[in-house]
Design a protein around this ligand. Sequence first.
Ligand code: UDP
Length: 384
Amino acid sequence: MTSGTIGIVGAGLSGAVIGRTLAEAGHRVEVFDARNHVGGNCHTERDPETGIMVHVYGPHIFHTDDAEVWDYVNRFQTFLPYKNRVKTTSNGQVYSLPVNLHTINQFFGTALRPDEARAFIEARTDQAITNPQTFEEQALRFVGQDLYRAFFEGYTQKQWGCSPTELPASILKRLPLRFNYDDNYFFHKHQGMPENGYTDMVERILDHANIVVRLETHFHRAESAGFAHIFYSGPLDGYFDHEFGRLGYRTLDFERFTYSGDYQGCAVMNYGDFAVPYTRITEHKHFSPWEEHAESVCYREFSRECGPGDTPYYPIRLVKEKEQLERYVVRARQESAVTFVGRLGTYRYLDMDLTIREALDTARLYLACRSQGSAMPAFAQPPV
Ligand code: UDP
């Protein structure tokens, strides 16, 4: 390491894309990650027993409308066609998600056409809610009581550990409601799965003569002084040794099991009932439909509050956490030569494509700041 070197903490998508962009612009880059692999939470590896590509930290499906981001990932990996078609089990029946015409007709025992279904659902929604603030209000306003109870209430309670009345409407806004038979979970123009997994893709992004990667290496902010700049994609509160308390996250536990044959016939089966303790089961071989495997590896996914030694997954961002976050943001802005990036660094629920978009923009902003002699901000994207 020399004083001109740029330090990057975290070898996930943010760190890798920033590192690559700066390396290609001629900078020397040193990347640190506490784990023994790159890729962050989109890490994939072949299961030693079955050879199946496993999404070790839960399902990751790449989807985007951003042409530059799509071209970017395709530079480092062949993306094979993959459509996310999620099913959900509720009260002993299997339905199609996101809620679409098939779900509606099956659930209500009807044979409605699109316009009829729209009117039918609208009659079941609460039109008095004009400006939905909470998850529950959003659900009651747009999908109505019955579908909400069957598919969202129990799942959300399990996933977030609190009532949907306490959660923001934005969480439900991630999911479409369709009055046709399109069962693609995502709207985006591009969707696919990396042929050799996300970790292989991230390894290739980091494979550059100007980049050194140090795995199983913890980074403490005391070391920042030795670098020209630090891009920090670890947890924001962790950087400051949790000075204002721990920002709340949900963590996940995965219960692995194997099966001879096809366990559930799809990659992701959600469980809407609160009485079923897990949120979903992932059958990994279905993420690589171009491969053939007689055996199967599945993960039952359980969500719980993230403790000090656990892996943080989903930032909670309720009122209490937002107040705490504001204090960390003020604190972060007092630091010089550190920029906080990504899901953990900015404490936001970020999809992979947005993470890459922001990483590209952040690295370019840094290059522009350097050439203009101006200071690089602590956040390229304000987290609050
Ligand atoms: N959700 C739900 N039921 C489902 C799927 C999702 O209630 O069957 C809610 C849940 O609160 C979840 C949110 O919608 O956190 C967003 O779902 P998404 O599938 O985007 O979650 P992710 O795959 O990112 O965990």
